[in-house]
Ligand binder design. Structure first.
Ligand SMILES: Cc1ncc(COP(=O)(O)O)c(C=O)c1O
Length: 377
């Protein structure tokens, strides 16, 4: 990843490679082939990385169908895309706010009978059928019409009156474990429930589901994580490009003897004469406190050495043992990678007892954020 120019950042900076995100989109679309459309999940501010910058890039890469969780996210997204893209709101129409769907041309995902009735009420009010996605619960017990809901609708003549189904969808619970039996069970349930509903394009898979095989892909896939560089095939090499690099600058360095305690709670004591670099990011930036004594920093021009984070992580800083740099002078202002090519997102998340999704969406707004496109992709 090329380094953008230094622009006066202080504590931490988050480099977001837009061309890598575009390349990941193109890679997924090529992988699923022309019979399947690749939509994208851009909820939670595009997984914390910046909806305003990322949505237009995905659109330019060819994406025409976007998924957000909340109506407000859809409202923010619409002006970024223009009117020829579809925006589905995964949480569906909340009571009393359905009007925003029409104003901003948003499509609800109808997850329950009350949501379905809300949409029918709006259609009745406007005197025309209104488009929507129907979600069925194929076995995750999260959002979606239950089997008995679907059967009840199928047995009523006017059960879906006022609704123009443009998508029938469901969501997989275990797709990141490719041999999990639930993947097949959910596929079978989805096929059965879908057959009871009016014919419409179907969507079952997000990032990992895409890699389960063609049967799981249907007409539309909805990746989020893979676009942003999270490995959709855990346990196997990551087929996606990494998209972020998190760096922190040295505030000060110090030399301490063996036996010195480091950080809050005196939970770490040096075992040797130690050079320490204090970096200017901490949990107040969304960097997991859990990485105290677990995570690593890497000096970009010494990628061969993983430098351990020592002691507890503070709100605004953390300490790194840089003794293994063997006296290489480290001046205030020098930048270390906390997530980068040699301490990648998924690995760092694992060390923090979490998943790449949580680590990404937790990265707060305090970082100096740079969206850049070093490669055309
Ligand atoms: C319904 C739905 N579709 C798609 C996605 C995108 O999933 P992923 O980030 O695993 O690709 C999510 C994410 O949670 C989701 O809830």
């Amino acid at each position: 990843m090329t380094q953008p120019p230094d622009d006066g950042w202080e504590g931490g900076r988050l480099l977001i490679d837009l061309s890598a995100i575009a390349a990941n989109y193109t890679q997924l679309q090529t992988f699923v082939g022309p019979a399947t459309e690749t939509g994208t999940a851009v909820k939670a501010n595009a997984y914390g990385l910046g909806l305003a910058e990322i949505a237009p890039v995905l659109r330019d890469a060819g994406c025409r169908t976007f998924f957000v969780a909340h109506v407000a996210e859809g409202v923010a997204l619409r002006p970024l895309l223009g009117n020829d893209c579809r925006i589905f709101v995964l949480h569906g129409p909340p009571p009393e706010t359905s009007a925003a769907f029409l104003t901003y041309n948003l499509l609800p995902v109808l997850n329950s009978l009350p949501q379905l009735h809300e949409w029918q009420r709006l259609a009745h009010q406007h005197g025309r059928p209104l488009p929507a996605a129907l979600q069925v619960d194929s076995g995750m017990s999260r959002f979606g019409l239950s089997e008995s809901d679907v059967l009840a609708l199928a047995n009523q003549t006017n059960g879906l009156q006022g609704i123009e189904p443009v998508l029938v969808m469901s969501h997989l619970a275990c797709s990141d474990t490719s041999d999990h039996p639930q993947n097949r069970t959910q596929l079978d349930n989805f096929l059965r429930l879908r057959a009871l509903l009016p014919s419409a394009p179907a969507s079952l898979s997000a990032s990992s589901g895409i890699f389960l095989g063609p049967e799981w892909r249907f007409d539309l896939v909805r990746p989020g994580a893979a676009l942003y560089g999270i490995n959709p095939t855990p346990g196997q090499p990551n087929p996606m490009r990494s998209t972020i690099r998190l760096q922190a600058r040295v505030i000060q360095t110090r030399h301490v003897p063996a036996g010195a305690s480091v950080g809050y709670g005196a939970t770490f004591t040096t075992k040797r004469s130690t050079d320490i670099a204090l970096l200017g990011i901490g949990y107040g930036d969304g960097f997991p406190r859990r990485l105290g004594q677990r995570g690593f920093a890497v000096l970009p021009d010494r990628p061969d050495i993983k430098l351990p984070i020592i002691g507890r992580i503070s709100m605004d800083s953390l300490a790194v043992d840089i003794t293994d740099l063997a006296g290489q002078p480290i001046a205030p202002g020098v930048a270390f990678d906390l997530i980068g090519p040699h301490n990648p997102l998924d690995e760092t998340a694992f060390l923090a007892d979490t998943i790449g999704y949580e680590l990404l969406t937790d990265l707060g707004s305090r970082y100096h954020r740079i969206h850049h496109s070093p490669r055309k992709g």
